[in-house]
Design a protein around this ligand. Sequence first.
Ligand code: AMP
Ligand code: MG
Length: 521
Amino acid sequence: MKLNNHDTFNKELPADKILENTRRQVLDACFSFVEPKKTANPQLLHVSQEMLEAIGLTPEDATSKKFLNIFTGNEIIEDSHPYAMCYGGHQFGNWAGQLGDGRAINLTEVIHNNQRWAIQLKGAGETPYSRTADGLAVLRSSIREYLCSEAMFHLGVPTTRALSLSLSGDKVLRDVLYNGNPAHEKGAIVSRLAPSFIRFGNFEILAARKQHLILQELVDYTIKHFYPEITSTGKQKYLDFLTEIRNRTIEMIVHWQRVGFVHGVMNTDNMSALGLTIDYGPYGWLEGYDLGWTPNTTDNQHKRYRYGNQSQIGLWNLFKLANALYPIIEEVEPLQKILDAYSNIYNEESLQMMKSKIGLFSEDKNDKELIGRLEETLQLTETDMTIFFRNLSNVSSKDSFDTAFKKIEISFYTLSEVQEEIKNHWRDWFNRYLKRLELETFADSDRKQKMDLINPKYVFRNYMAQLAIDDADKGDYKLINELYLLFKNPYSEQPENEKWFAKRPEWARHKVGCSMLSCSS
Ligand code: AMP
Ligand code: MG
Protein backbone atom coordinates (compact mmCIF):
# COMPACT_ATOMS: atom_id res chain seq x y z
CA MET A 1 0.00 0.00 0.00
CA LYS A 2 1.64 3.20 -1.18
CA LEU A 3 0.27 6.69 -0.90
CA ASN A 4 1.71 9.48 -2.99
CA ASN A 5 1.91 11.90 -0.13
CA HIS A 6 3.13 15.39 -0.63
CA ASP A 7 2.58 17.69 2.31
CA THR A 8 2.30 21.43 1.91
CA PHE A 9 0.34 22.88 4.85
CA ASN A 10 2.75 21.60 7.48
CA LYS A 11 5.78 22.42 5.33
CA GLU A 12 4.99 25.87 3.98
CA LEU A 13 3.37 27.43 7.04
CA PRO A 14 4.70 28.19 10.52
CA ALA A 15 4.50 25.32 13.01
CA ASP A 16 3.94 25.46 16.74
CA LYS A 17 7.40 25.13 18.29
CA ILE A 18 6.12 23.25 21.30
CA LEU A 19 5.84 19.55 20.58
CA GLU A 20 4.13 18.37 23.75
CA ASN A 21 0.50 17.48 23.34
CA THR A 22 -0.79 19.78 26.06
CA ARG A 23 -3.86 22.00 25.90
CA ARG A 24 -2.88 25.61 25.51
CA GLN A 25 -3.03 28.76 23.44
CA VAL A 26 -0.87 28.17 20.39
CA LEU A 27 0.77 31.40 19.29
CA ASP A 28 2.75 32.31 16.16
CA ALA A 29 1.67 29.19 14.29
CA CYS A 30 -0.92 27.75 11.92
CA PHE A 31 -0.79 24.24 13.40
CA SER A 32 0.74 21.90 15.97
CA PHE A 33 2.36 18.55 15.29
CA VAL A 34 0.45 15.83 17.08
CA GLU A 35 0.00 12.12 16.54
CA PRO A 36 -3.28 10.21 16.76
CA LYS A 37 -4.04 8.30 19.93
CA LYS A 38 -3.52 4.54 19.74
CA THR A 39 -6.79 2.66 19.72
CA ALA A 40 -7.44 -0.50 21.69
CA ASN A 41 -9.26 -2.75 19.32
CA PRO A 42 -10.07 -0.98 16.08
CA GLN A 43 -12.46 -2.40 13.53
CA LEU A 44 -13.26 -1.10 10.06
CA LEU A 45 -17.00 -0.81 9.50
CA HIS A 46 -17.10 0.69 6.03
CA VAL A 47 -14.77 1.91 3.31
CA SER A 48 -15.72 4.05 0.34
CA GLN A 49 -14.43 2.37 -2.82
CA GLU A 50 -14.73 5.65 -4.64
CA MET A 51 -12.53 7.54 -2.22
CA LEU A 52 -10.05 4.67 -2.10
CA GLU A 53 -9.63 5.08 -5.83
CA ALA A 54 -9.48 8.83 -5.50
CA ILE A 55 -6.33 8.58 -3.39
CA GLY A 56 -4.82 5.84 -5.53
CA LEU A 57 -5.54 2.80 -3.37
CA THR A 58 -7.10 -0.52 -4.39
CA PRO A 59 -9.83 -2.56 -2.69
CA GLU A 60 -7.11 -5.02 -1.64
CA ASP A 61 -5.21 -2.22 0.08
CA ALA A 62 -8.27 -1.60 2.21
CA THR A 63 -8.21 -5.17 3.53
CA SER A 64 -4.62 -4.88 4.78
CA LYS A 65 -3.61 -4.55 8.40
CA LYS A 66 -1.71 -1.43 7.46
CA PHE A 67 -4.82 0.30 6.16
CA LEU A 68 -6.71 -0.49 9.37
CA ASN A 69 -3.78 0.73 11.44
CA ILE A 70 -3.32 3.97 9.56
CA PHE A 71 -6.98 4.93 9.44
CA THR A 72 -7.60 4.20 13.09
CA GLY A 73 -4.56 6.03 14.37
CA ASN A 74 -2.23 3.12 15.17
CA GLU A 75 0.35 3.68 12.47
CA ILE A 76 1.79 6.79 10.85
CA ILE A 77 2.03 7.00 7.05
CA GLU A 78 5.64 6.97 5.87
CA ASP A 79 7.13 10.42 5.39
CA SER A 80 4.22 12.14 7.06
CA HIS A 81 4.00 14.49 10.02
CA PRO A 82 0.45 14.58 11.41
CA TYR A 83 -0.83 17.84 12.83
CA ALA A 84 -3.84 19.71 14.18
CA MET A 85 -4.79 23.10 12.75
CA CYS A 86 -5.11 26.26 14.79
CA TYR A 87 -8.27 28.24 14.20
CA GLY A 88 -10.69 30.43 16.08
CA GLY A 89 -14.26 31.29 15.37
CA HIS A 90 -17.49 33.07 16.08
CA GLN A 91 -19.87 30.64 17.73
CA PHE A 92 -23.57 31.56 17.72
CA GLY A 93 -22.62 35.16 17.03
CA ASN A 94 -19.86 35.60 19.62
CA TRP A 95 -16.10 35.54 19.28
CA ALA A 96 -14.92 32.35 20.96
CA GLY A 97 -11.16 32.77 20.70
CA GLN A 98 -8.96 29.80 19.89
CA LEU A 99 -10.82 26.62 18.93
CA GLY A 100 -8.75 24.54 16.51
CA ASP A 101 -8.75 20.86 15.59
CA GLY A 102 -9.75 19.53 18.99
CA ARG A 103 -10.56 16.10 17.72
CA ALA A 104 -9.35 16.08 14.14
CA ILE A 105 -5.83 15.19 13.15
CA ASN A 106 -4.48 15.76 9.65
CA LEU A 107 -2.47 12.75 8.55
CA THR A 108 -1.03 13.93 5.27
CA GLU A 109 -1.85 15.31 1.83
CA VAL A 110 -2.00 12.90 -1.08
CA ILE A 111 -1.82 13.77 -4.76
CA HIS A 112 -3.50 11.41 -7.19
CA ASN A 113 -4.73 12.15 -10.71
CA ASN A 114 -3.65 15.76 -10.24
CA GLN A 115 -5.99 16.16 -7.30
CA ARG A 116 -4.80 17.01 -3.82
CA TRP A 117 -6.52 15.39 -0.86
CA ALA A 118 -5.80 16.26 2.75
CA ILE A 119 -6.67 13.28 4.94
CA GLN A 120 -8.00 13.78 8.45
CA LEU A 121 -8.97 11.41 11.22
CA LYS A 122 -11.91 12.72 13.21
CA GLY A 123 -12.11 11.35 16.74
CA ALA A 124 -8.46 10.30 16.94
CA GLY A 125 -7.63 11.75 20.32
CA GLU A 126 -6.74 14.96 22.02
CA THR A 127 -4.66 17.78 20.61
CA PRO A 128 -3.46 21.13 21.98
CA TYR A 129 -6.87 22.44 20.84
CA SER A 130 -9.07 19.99 22.72
CA ARG A 131 -9.87 22.52 25.47
CA THR A 132 -12.00 20.69 28.05
CA ALA A 133 -13.09 17.84 25.77
CA ASP A 134 -11.62 14.41 25.05
CA GLY A 135 -10.73 14.53 21.36
CA LEU A 136 -12.96 11.56 20.63
CA ALA A 137 -16.08 10.89 18.58
CA VAL A 138 -18.90 8.44 19.14
CA LEU A 139 -20.32 5.96 16.69
CA ARG A 140 -23.62 7.79 16.12
CA SER A 141 -22.05 11.08 15.07
CA SER A 142 -19.44 9.26 12.99
CA ILE A 143 -22.10 7.31 11.06
CA ARG A 144 -23.91 10.58 10.47
CA GLU A 145 -20.81 12.32 9.11
CA TYR A 146 -19.67 9.35 7.04
CA LEU A 147 -22.97 8.76 5.26
CA CYS A 148 -24.06 12.36 4.97
CA SER A 149 -20.90 13.69 3.38
CA GLU A 150 -21.04 11.01 0.71
CA ALA A 151 -24.77 11.57 0.17
CA MET A 152 -24.18 15.30 -0.23
CA PHE A 153 -21.47 14.70 -2.81
CA HIS A 154 -23.75 12.55 -4.94
CA LEU A 155 -26.50 15.15 -4.58
CA GLY A 156 -24.10 17.58 -6.22
CA VAL A 157 -23.44 19.69 -3.13
CA PRO A 158 -19.85 20.91 -2.53
CA THR A 159 -18.62 18.95 0.48
CA THR A 160 -15.76 17.26 2.25
CA ARG A 161 -15.69 13.51 1.58
CA ALA A 162 -15.27 10.41 3.69
CA LEU A 163 -13.02 7.39 3.18
CA SER A 164 -13.58 5.08 6.14
CA LEU A 165 -15.66 4.54 9.23
CA SER A 166 -14.20 2.53 12.10
CA LEU A 167 -14.86 1.58 15.66
CA SER A 168 -11.98 2.51 17.90
CA GLY A 169 -12.76 -0.24 20.38
CA ASP A 170 -12.68 2.37 23.15
CA LYS A 171 -15.59 3.71 25.15
CA VAL A 172 -16.50 7.39 25.14
CA LEU A 173 -18.53 9.23 27.77
CA ARG A 174 -21.28 11.53 26.47
CA ASP A 175 -24.21 13.43 27.91
CA VAL A 176 -26.45 13.35 24.85
CA LEU A 177 -29.17 15.61 26.20
CA TYR A 178 -26.98 17.79 28.42
CA ASN A 179 -29.18 16.76 31.32
CA GLY A 180 -26.58 15.37 33.67
CA ASN A 181 -26.95 11.76 32.56
CA PRO A 182 -23.72 10.88 30.79
CA ALA A 183 -23.36 7.36 29.45
CA HIS A 184 -20.65 5.34 27.76
CA GLU A 185 -20.92 4.94 24.02
CA LYS A 186 -18.86 3.21 21.35
CA GLY A 187 -15.98 5.36 20.13
CA ALA A 188 -15.44 5.72 16.40
CA ILE A 189 -13.14 7.35 13.88
CA VAL A 190 -14.02 8.71 10.45
CA SER A 191 -11.29 9.40 7.93
CA ARG A 192 -12.36 12.33 5.83
CA LEU A 193 -10.89 14.09 2.86
CA ALA A 194 -10.93 17.49 1.22
CA PRO A 195 -8.45 19.46 -0.86
CA SER A 196 -8.00 21.41 2.36
CA PHE A 197 -9.80 21.81 5.68
CA ILE A 198 -8.96 25.51 6.09
CA ARG A 199 -11.86 27.44 7.62
CA PHE A 200 -12.78 31.11 8.00
CA GLY A 201 -11.59 30.68 11.57
CA ASN A 202 -8.01 29.91 10.50
CA PHE A 203 -7.74 33.51 9.28
CA GLU A 204 -9.77 34.98 12.12
CA ILE A 205 -7.50 33.70 14.87
CA LEU A 206 -4.42 35.24 13.24
CA ALA A 207 -6.15 38.59 12.75
CA ALA A 208 -7.43 38.54 16.34
CA ARG A 209 -3.86 38.00 17.54
CA LYS A 210 -2.56 40.67 15.19
CA GLN A 211 -0.23 38.16 13.56
CA HIS A 212 -0.52 39.89 10.23
CA LEU A 213 2.53 38.36 8.61
CA ILE A 214 1.37 34.84 9.31
CA LEU A 215 -2.12 35.84 8.21
CA GLN A 216 -0.74 36.97 4.88
CA GLU A 217 1.28 33.77 4.56
CA LEU A 218 -1.83 31.68 5.14
CA VAL A 219 -3.87 33.67 2.61
CA ASP A 220 -1.07 33.42 0.05
CA TYR A 221 -0.84 29.69 0.70
CA THR A 222 -4.60 29.21 0.26
CA ILE A 223 -4.69 31.17 -2.99
CA LYS A 224 -1.63 29.44 -4.38
CA HIS A 225 -2.99 25.93 -3.82
CA PHE A 226 -6.75 26.28 -3.97
CA TYR A 227 -7.55 29.40 -5.97
CA PRO A 228 -5.20 29.09 -8.95
CA GLU A 229 -7.68 31.13 -11.00
CA ILE A 230 -6.67 34.23 -9.00
CA THR A 231 -3.83 35.82 -10.93
CA SER A 232 -3.96 39.38 -9.64
CA THR A 233 -1.33 40.78 -7.30
CA GLY A 234 -1.09 43.06 -4.30
CA LYS A 235 -4.28 44.02 -2.49
CA GLN A 236 -6.39 43.12 -5.49
CA LYS A 237 -5.35 39.50 -5.01
CA TYR A 238 -6.83 39.46 -1.51
CA LEU A 239 -10.00 41.19 -2.68
CA ASP A 240 -10.38 38.63 -5.43
CA PHE A 241 -9.91 35.94 -2.81
CA LEU A 242 -12.82 37.28 -0.75
CA THR A 243 -14.91 37.59 -3.91
CA GLU A 244 -14.25 33.97 -4.80
CA ILE A 245 -15.04 32.70 -1.29
CA ARG A 246 -18.22 34.76 -1.37
CA ASN A 247 -19.24 33.14 -4.64
CA ARG A 248 -18.41 29.63 -3.48
CA THR A 249 -20.25 30.17 -0.20
CA ILE A 250 -23.34 31.36 -2.05
CA GLU A 251 -23.20 28.39 -4.38
CA MET A 252 -22.93 25.98 -1.46
CA ILE A 253 -25.85 27.50 0.44
CA VAL A 254 -28.09 27.59 -2.64
CA HIS A 255 -27.44 23.86 -2.98
CA TRP A 256 -28.32 23.34 0.70
CA GLN A 257 -31.62 25.10 0.13
CA ARG A 258 -32.28 23.05 -2.98
CA VAL A 259 -31.96 19.69 -1.23
CA GLY A 260 -33.34 20.79 2.16
CA PHE A 261 -30.11 20.48 4.15
CA VAL A 262 -29.76 22.43 7.39
CA HIS A 263 -26.17 22.57 8.64
CA GLY A 264 -27.16 23.35 12.20
CA VAL A 265 -23.90 24.98 13.40
CA MET A 266 -22.82 27.61 10.89
CA ASN A 267 -20.21 29.06 13.21
CA THR A 268 -17.28 30.64 11.38
CA ASP A 269 -15.05 27.77 12.47
CA ASN A 270 -17.37 25.48 10.51
CA MET A 271 -17.18 27.51 7.30
CA SER A 272 -14.74 26.12 4.77
CA ALA A 273 -12.44 28.55 2.99
CA LEU A 274 -13.07 26.44 -0.10
CA GLY A 275 -16.86 26.69 0.02
CA LEU A 276 -17.33 23.06 1.06
CA THR A 277 -19.91 21.75 3.48
CA ILE A 278 -17.76 20.85 6.49
CA ASP A 279 -18.19 19.44 10.00
CA TYR A 280 -21.32 17.36 9.95
CA GLY A 281 -22.65 17.71 13.49
CA PRO A 282 -26.27 18.33 14.46
CA TYR A 283 -27.31 18.83 10.84
CA GLY A 284 -30.72 17.74 9.60
CA TRP A 285 -32.86 17.40 6.52
CA LEU A 286 -36.13 19.18 6.07
CA GLU A 287 -39.06 16.86 6.17
CA GLY A 288 -41.94 19.28 6.46
CA TYR A 289 -41.03 22.35 4.42
CA ASP A 290 -40.46 24.93 7.12
CA LEU A 291 -38.20 27.96 6.84
CA GLY A 292 -38.02 28.17 10.63
CA TRP A 293 -36.76 24.65 11.24
CA THR A 294 -33.44 23.80 12.86
CA PRO A 295 -32.33 20.33 13.95
CA ASN A 296 -29.98 21.71 16.60
CA THR A 297 -31.53 21.74 20.08
CA THR A 298 -28.61 23.85 21.31
CA ASP A 299 -29.98 26.58 19.02
CA ASN A 300 -33.63 26.08 19.90
CA GLN A 301 -34.19 29.44 21.49
CA HIS A 302 -33.05 31.78 18.75
CA LYS A 303 -32.96 29.35 15.84
CA ARG A 304 -30.06 31.32 14.43
CA TYR A 305 -29.13 28.51 12.06
CA ARG A 306 -32.64 27.67 10.84
CA TYR A 307 -33.24 26.63 7.23
CA GLY A 308 -34.57 30.01 6.12
CA ASN A 309 -31.67 31.91 7.72
CA GLN A 310 -28.72 30.05 6.22
CA SER A 311 -28.10 32.59 3.48
CA GLN A 312 -28.13 35.48 5.98
CA ILE A 313 -25.66 33.64 8.16
CA GLY A 314 -23.46 33.00 5.15
CA LEU A 315 -23.23 36.77 4.73
CA TRP A 316 -22.69 37.37 8.44
CA ASN A 317 -19.82 34.90 8.39
CA LEU A 318 -18.31 36.54 5.31
CA PHE A 319 -18.34 39.83 7.24
CA LYS A 320 -16.22 38.17 9.89
CA LEU A 321 -13.89 36.82 7.24
CA ALA A 322 -13.64 40.27 5.63
CA ASN A 323 -12.74 41.72 9.05
CA ALA A 324 -10.02 39.10 9.37
CA LEU A 325 -8.62 39.96 5.94
CA TYR A 326 -8.75 43.72 6.59
CA PRO A 327 -5.22 43.97 8.05
CA ILE A 328 -3.70 42.81 4.76
CA ILE A 329 -5.97 45.05 2.67
CA GLU A 330 -6.46 48.12 4.89
CA GLU A 331 -9.31 49.56 2.84
CA VAL A 332 -12.87 49.21 3.94
CA GLU A 333 -14.64 50.30 0.80
CA PRO A 334 -13.68 47.52 -1.62
CA LEU A 335 -14.36 44.91 1.07
CA GLN A 336 -17.75 46.44 1.70
CA LYS A 337 -18.52 46.37 -2.00
CA ILE A 338 -17.85 42.65 -2.20
CA LEU A 339 -20.16 41.99 0.72
CA ASP A 340 -22.83 44.39 -0.53
CA ALA A 341 -23.13 42.35 -3.70
CA TYR A 342 -23.86 39.16 -1.74
CA SER A 343 -27.61 39.57 -1.42
CA ASN A 344 -28.27 40.31 -5.08
CA ILE A 345 -26.15 37.40 -6.23
CA TYR A 346 -27.71 35.08 -3.69
CA ASN A 347 -31.25 36.14 -4.57
CA GLU A 348 -30.67 35.70 -8.27
CA GLU A 349 -29.08 32.25 -7.86
CA SER A 350 -31.74 31.21 -5.41
CA LEU A 351 -34.48 32.31 -7.81
CA GLN A 352 -32.95 30.33 -10.67
CA MET A 353 -32.61 27.32 -8.39
CA MET A 354 -36.23 27.50 -7.20
CA LYS A 355 -37.43 28.00 -10.75
CA SER A 356 -35.58 24.90 -11.86
CA LYS A 357 -37.10 22.95 -8.94
CA ILE A 358 -40.56 23.68 -10.29
CA GLY A 359 -39.55 23.17 -13.92
CA LEU A 360 -39.49 26.74 -15.17
CA PHE A 361 -36.65 27.25 -17.57
CA SER A 362 -37.85 30.31 -19.46
CA GLU A 363 -38.22 33.87 -18.16
CA ASP A 364 -41.38 35.41 -16.81
CA LYS A 365 -41.60 38.50 -14.65
CA ASN A 366 -44.04 36.85 -12.24
CA ASP A 367 -41.86 33.85 -11.38
CA LYS A 368 -40.54 35.34 -8.18
CA GLU A 369 -44.02 35.92 -6.89
CA LEU A 370 -45.12 32.45 -7.95
CA ILE A 371 -42.27 30.95 -5.95
CA GLY A 372 -42.96 33.14 -2.94
CA ARG A 373 -46.56 31.98 -2.92
CA LEU A 374 -45.48 28.37 -3.20
CA GLU A 375 -43.18 28.73 -0.19
CA GLU A 376 -46.01 30.22 1.83
CA THR A 377 -48.51 27.60 0.76
CA LEU A 378 -46.11 24.74 1.49
CA GLN A 379 -45.92 25.96 5.07
CA LEU A 380 -49.67 26.13 5.71
CA THR A 381 -49.61 22.48 6.74
CA GLU A 382 -46.79 20.03 7.24
CA THR A 383 -45.74 19.15 3.69
CA ASP A 384 -42.83 16.86 2.87
CA MET A 385 -40.32 18.86 0.86
CA THR A 386 -38.62 16.02 -0.96
CA ILE A 387 -41.82 14.23 -1.95
CA PHE A 388 -43.61 17.41 -3.02
CA PHE A 389 -40.90 18.59 -5.41
CA ARG A 390 -40.16 15.15 -6.74
CA ASN A 391 -43.80 14.46 -7.51
CA LEU A 392 -44.38 17.89 -8.98
CA SER A 393 -42.49 16.76 -12.07
CA ASN A 394 -45.42 14.44 -12.86
CA VAL A 395 -47.77 17.40 -13.28
CA SER A 396 -48.70 18.34 -16.83
CA SER A 397 -49.72 21.78 -18.04
CA LYS A 398 -52.89 20.12 -19.31
CA ASP A 399 -53.87 18.83 -15.89
CA SER A 400 -56.89 20.20 -14.08
CA PHE A 401 -56.29 21.43 -10.53
CA ASP A 402 -57.78 18.20 -9.14
CA THR A 403 -55.55 16.01 -11.26
CA ALA A 404 -52.43 17.99 -10.40
CA PHE A 405 -53.29 18.09 -6.71
CA LYS A 406 -53.77 14.31 -6.62
CA LYS A 407 -50.21 13.91 -7.87
CA ILE A 408 -48.69 15.73 -4.90
CA GLU A 409 -51.19 15.06 -2.12
CA ILE A 410 -49.10 12.22 -0.73
CA SER A 411 -46.61 14.86 0.42
CA PHE A 412 -49.04 16.18 3.09
CA TYR A 413 -48.43 14.71 6.52
CA THR A 414 -52.12 15.11 7.42
CA LEU A 415 -54.22 15.32 4.30
CA SER A 416 -57.38 16.03 6.29
CA GLU A 417 -55.85 19.38 7.32
CA VAL A 418 -55.83 20.49 3.70
CA GLN A 419 -59.42 21.63 3.44
CA GLU A 420 -61.43 24.69 2.45
CA GLU A 421 -59.17 27.66 2.99
CA ILE A 422 -55.87 25.82 2.62
CA LYS A 423 -57.15 23.91 -0.37
CA ASN A 424 -58.13 27.21 -1.93
CA HIS A 425 -54.58 28.45 -1.52
CA TRP A 426 -53.39 25.37 -3.34
CA ARG A 427 -56.05 25.83 -6.03
CA ASP A 428 -54.94 29.39 -6.54
CA TRP A 429 -51.28 28.40 -6.71
CA PHE A 430 -51.78 25.48 -9.06
CA ASN A 431 -53.98 27.50 -11.39
CA ARG A 432 -51.20 30.08 -11.73
CA TYR A 433 -48.58 27.38 -12.06
CA LEU A 434 -50.44 25.36 -14.69
CA LYS A 435 -50.89 28.51 -16.73
CA ARG A 436 -47.24 29.39 -16.34
CA LEU A 437 -46.24 25.92 -17.54
CA GLU A 438 -47.92 26.64 -20.84
CA LEU A 439 -45.21 29.25 -21.51
CA GLU A 440 -42.51 26.59 -21.26
CA THR A 441 -41.13 25.19 -24.47
CA PHE A 442 -40.22 21.80 -23.03
CA ALA A 443 -42.56 18.88 -23.48
CA ASP A 444 -43.88 17.48 -20.19
CA SER A 445 -41.58 14.46 -20.41
CA ASP A 446 -38.50 16.61 -21.06
CA ARG A 447 -39.37 18.92 -18.21
CA LYS A 448 -39.84 15.96 -15.90
CA GLN A 449 -36.45 14.61 -16.88
CA LYS A 450 -34.77 17.92 -16.09
CA MET A 451 -36.67 18.38 -12.82
CA ASP A 452 -35.78 14.89 -11.65
CA LEU A 453 -32.10 15.79 -11.87
CA ILE A 454 -32.67 18.74 -9.55
CA ASN A 455 -35.18 17.33 -7.05
CA PRO A 456 -33.70 14.26 -5.38
CA LYS A 457 -35.76 11.15 -4.87
CA TYR A 458 -33.73 10.07 -1.83
CA VAL A 459 -32.26 12.29 0.87
CA PHE A 460 -30.69 11.33 4.19
CA ARG A 461 -33.79 11.77 6.30
CA ASN A 462 -33.08 12.20 9.97
CA TYR A 463 -34.82 8.97 10.96
CA MET A 464 -32.84 6.97 8.39
CA ALA A 465 -29.61 7.97 10.11
CA GLN A 466 -31.14 6.96 13.42
CA LEU A 467 -32.16 3.52 12.12
CA ALA A 468 -28.60 2.90 10.92
CA ILE A 469 -27.29 4.08 14.30
CA ASP A 470 -29.69 1.91 16.31
CA ASP A 471 -28.70 -1.17 14.27
CA ALA A 472 -25.01 -0.35 14.55
CA ASP A 473 -25.32 -0.03 18.33
CA LYS A 474 -26.50 -3.64 18.28
CA GLY A 475 -23.57 -4.65 16.09
CA ASP A 476 -25.48 -4.79 12.81
CA TYR A 477 -23.83 -2.64 10.14
CA LYS A 478 -25.80 -3.73 7.06
CA LEU A 479 -27.96 -0.62 6.92
CA ILE A 480 -24.88 1.59 6.75
CA ASN A 481 -23.93 -0.11 3.50
CA GLU A 482 -27.51 -0.12 2.21
CA LEU A 483 -27.81 3.63 2.72
CA TYR A 484 -24.34 4.26 1.36
CA LEU A 485 -25.36 2.51 -1.88
CA LEU A 486 -28.78 4.19 -1.96
CA PHE A 487 -27.21 7.64 -1.86
CA LYS A 488 -24.88 6.95 -4.75
CA ASN A 489 -27.81 7.60 -7.07
CA PRO A 490 -30.14 9.95 -5.23
CA TYR A 491 -31.83 11.21 -8.40
CA SER A 492 -32.56 7.79 -9.91
CA GLU A 493 -35.68 5.77 -9.45
CA GLN A 494 -34.64 2.72 -7.45
CA PRO A 495 -37.77 0.56 -7.30
CA GLU A 496 -36.17 -1.79 -4.78
CA ASN A 497 -35.64 1.19 -2.48
CA GLU A 498 -39.07 2.76 -2.75
CA LYS A 499 -39.49 2.39 1.03
CA TRP A 500 -37.00 5.22 1.51
CA PHE A 501 -39.15 7.54 -0.57
CA ALA A 502 -41.56 8.05 2.27
CA LYS A 503 -42.53 10.63 4.83
CA ARG A 504 -40.92 10.49 8.23
CA PRO A 505 -42.71 7.86 10.32
CA GLU A 506 -44.66 9.16 13.31
CA TRP A 507 -42.36 7.46 15.86
CA ALA A 508 -39.50 9.65 14.69
CA ARG A 509 -41.28 12.96 15.21
CA HIS A 510 -39.92 13.71 18.67
CA LYS A 511 -37.24 11.07 19.01
CA VAL A 512 -33.75 12.18 20.01
CA GLY A 513 -31.48 11.87 17.00
CA CYS A 514 -34.36 12.19 14.54
CA SER A 515 -35.58 15.70 15.04
CA MET A 516 -33.53 16.67 18.07
CA LEU A 517 -29.77 16.79 18.00
CA SER A 518 -27.25 18.63 20.08
CA CYS A 519 -23.66 19.67 19.59
CA SER A 520 -22.63 16.99 22.07
CA SER A 521 -21.32 14.44 19.67
P1 AMP B 1 -17.96 22.07 16.36
O1 AMP B 1 -18.70 23.37 16.35
O2 AMP B 1 -18.73 20.93 16.94
O3 AMP B 1 -17.43 21.71 15.01
O4 AMP B 1 -16.69 22.20 17.32
C1 AMP B 1 -16.28 23.37 17.95
C2 AMP B 1 -14.92 23.19 18.54
O5 AMP B 1 -14.96 22.19 19.56
C3 AMP B 1 -13.83 22.74 17.57
O6 AMP B 1 -12.65 23.37 17.94
C4 AMP B 1 -13.74 21.26 17.82
O7 AMP B 1 -12.48 20.74 17.49
C5 AMP B 1 -14.00 21.19 19.31
N1 AMP B 1 -14.54 19.88 19.72
C6 AMP B 1 -15.78 19.38 19.49
N2 AMP B 1 -15.90 18.16 20.03
C7 AMP B 1 -14.72 17.88 20.64
C8 AMP B 1 -14.21 16.77 21.38
N3 AMP B 1 -14.95 15.69 21.63
N4 AMP B 1 -12.95 16.85 21.84
C9 AMP B 1 -12.18 17.93 21.61
N5 AMP B 1 -12.59 18.99 20.93
C10 AMP B 1 -13.85 18.98 20.44
MG1 MG C 1 -16.24 22.28 13.88
